[in-house]
Design a protein around this ligand. Structure first.
Ligand SMILES: NC(=O)c1ccc[n+]([C@@H]2O[C@H](COP(=O)([O-])OP(=O)(O)OC[C@H]3O[C@@H](n4cnc5c(N)ncnc54)[C@H](O)[C@@H]3O)[C@@H](O)[C@H]2O)c1
Length: 403
């Protein structure tokens, strides 16, 4: 068996790591998945899919779980692998600085089984330069190896929750090494299971590609939100204007209650914080402002909801308001940085009679988030944060509505 065809270890079998491990296994390569969550490992080894909302994953885990894809909570079980892929989370702390705690721990564990000549590829989204600096340092410290003893590369995960398998199969994926040989070696390994693969000049470029994408989305959503507010203020139909404004060179996004999830609201901070550290505040003004514009959208919608409530012939505190959805994105049961959840809480903090209804959430799910459940038909006023529409007694109102 060639070095490249050798077994691959995937560290972190979460929403991103598990689909990747399953796709690798499906390409005919044996995979050892390492995850500290023992329950999840057991499920996978029984051929059971722990992420039912991920299209196509059920079939792959059923086929390969416990066979070509073996999950374990012990790093030592992966000691015979030559190729390691790491995809554990990286969050930002309350001051929006990257928090490497989980990553450092995983790399310390990996370092203890790392051998001369092994390849390590990072997939977690990083501030550019992280693989070259922190990752290399932690791996050297924990393994006792010198930096030239192992190969190190970076390839950003570009999946979208729910569509990960098809994204891995079709969407262009980039990979870059911390040196030429690492890049080349990583490319050879990944080429076996990623068909649309592009080798870029360095790990730093590969890191920047993913962060750039997040920044583009955030800034463009902020622009759409600002144009929407201006249109509303001036009595102009935003949707009609947007429809005809958009063409090959102009892509005005849709307005929203802000930007949620693990990715888009987080990645601009990687660059903002780096520029702030270098005291180059002028270089990240647009990114910073866009973050604020998007985060402040919940105040804008709260005010609009309040104005709608004032149209009822009863005290404000007695108007039953139903927010139709508190997840960060429609149809995805995730709440990280959810602006819809933040909006519901903001209204409750203002003393309003707020409830939640969501087709993918149970009453228990809603209560678990500190909110109350109510069927939309039983509310006086319904606000749909995904469609940005109001309903009063089952009728959609024009105010704030997008056709
Ligand atoms: N989920 C997505 O849609 C998505 C999209 C693009 C990029 N990403 C990137 O992937 C990263 C991971 O995201 P995710 O959604 O898979 O997170 P997740 O929380 O779903 O999964 C992370 C997994 O890592 C495991 N883990 C934590 N510490 C570990 C350790 N020391 N050793 C082994 N396993 C450990 C956890 O038990 C968990 O199963 C994100 O930080 C992001 O950079 C995710």
């Amino acid at each position: 068996m060639s070095e490249e065809k050798a077994r691959i270890a995937v560290i972190g079998l979460g929403n991103a790591g598990l689909p990747l491990a399953a796709v690798i296994a499906d390409s005919g390569i044996d995979v050892i998945g390492v995850d500290i969550n023992e329950g999840r490992c057991q499920l996978i080894n029984q051929g059971k899919n722990p992420i039912p909302e991920e299209e196509g994953l059920e079939e792959l885990i059923g086929l390969h779980g416990g066979k070509r894809l073996i999950a374990t909570s012990r790093f030592i079980d992966a000691r015979d692998c030559r190729n390691y892929i790491v995809i554990v989370p990286l969050f930002v702390d309350p001051s929006n600085n990257p928090d490497f705690t989980i990553m450092e721990k995983a790399l310390q564990s990996l370092g203890r089984i790392l051998k001369k000549g092994d390849l390590v590829v990072l997939e977690t989204t990083f501030p550019p330069g992280t693989t070259d600096n922190k990752v290399r340092r932690w791996l050297c410290q924990s393994s006792g190896l010198k930096e030239e003893d192992f190969f190190l590369a970076y390839s950003p995960e570009r999946i979208m929750t729910g569509y990960s398998i098809s994204r891995l199969r079709d969407f262009p994926k980039v990979i870059g090494g911390t040196d030429e040989e690492s890049g080349f070696r990583a490319y050879q390994v990944y080429k076996q299971f990623i068909s649309n693969l592009h080798l870029v000049s360095s790990a730093r470029v590969a890191e920047m590609i993913k962060v750039m994408e997040g920044c583009y989305r955030d800034v463009n959503i902020a622009l759409a939100n600002e144009l929407f507010k201006i249109c509303e203020e001036m009595g102009i139909d935003f949707s009609e204007a947007r429809e005809y404004a958009n063409h090959k060179f102009c892509n005005i996004h849709l307005p929203s209650t802000g930007v949620g999830g693990h990715c888009i609201p987080v990645y601009p901070w990687f660059l903002i914080k780096e520029m702030e550290k270098r005291e180059h505040f002028d270089k990240c003004r647009l990114l910073h402002t866009s973050r604020l514009v998007n985060d402040e959208m919940i105040q804008y919608w709260a005010e609009k909801i309040l104005l709608e409530c004032m149209k009822f012939d009863k005290p404000l505190s007695l108007v039953k308001i139903c927010i139709k959805g508190i997840t960060f994105r429609e149809g995805v049961k995730e709440f990280y940085h959810s602006r819809n959840l933040a909006l519901a809480k903001l209204l409750a903090d203002k003393g309003l009679d707020v409830y939640v209804a969501d087709p993918i959430l149970s009453e228990e799910d809603v209560r678990g988030k500190g909110l109350r459940y109510l069927k939309a038909v039983d509310a006086d006023l319904v606000f749909d944060p995904f469609e940005l529409k109001f309903e009063v007694s089952g009728r959609t109102t024009r105010s704030g509505a997008l056709p």
